[in-house]
Design a protein around this ligand. Sequence first.
Ligand SMILES: [Zn+2]
Length: 59
Amino acid sequence: MNETFVRLLCPECGKSWERKPKELPTHTEGFACDSCEAERRTAEFARTDRDLDVLKQFQ
Ligand SMILES: [Zn+2]
């Protein structure tokens, strides 16, 4: 069975990576970039609308 990942993209430094939805805060909470440590709402790191949907669905 495939694991579901949320694809993330940092709006500050452009880093892209993936995390399991369970490892992320809810989409309205703050989340810090792994690379530049910019802090934004987790929703702003979702790469596409689909990634945001996955994030919401699995929390
Ligand atoms: Zn960053």
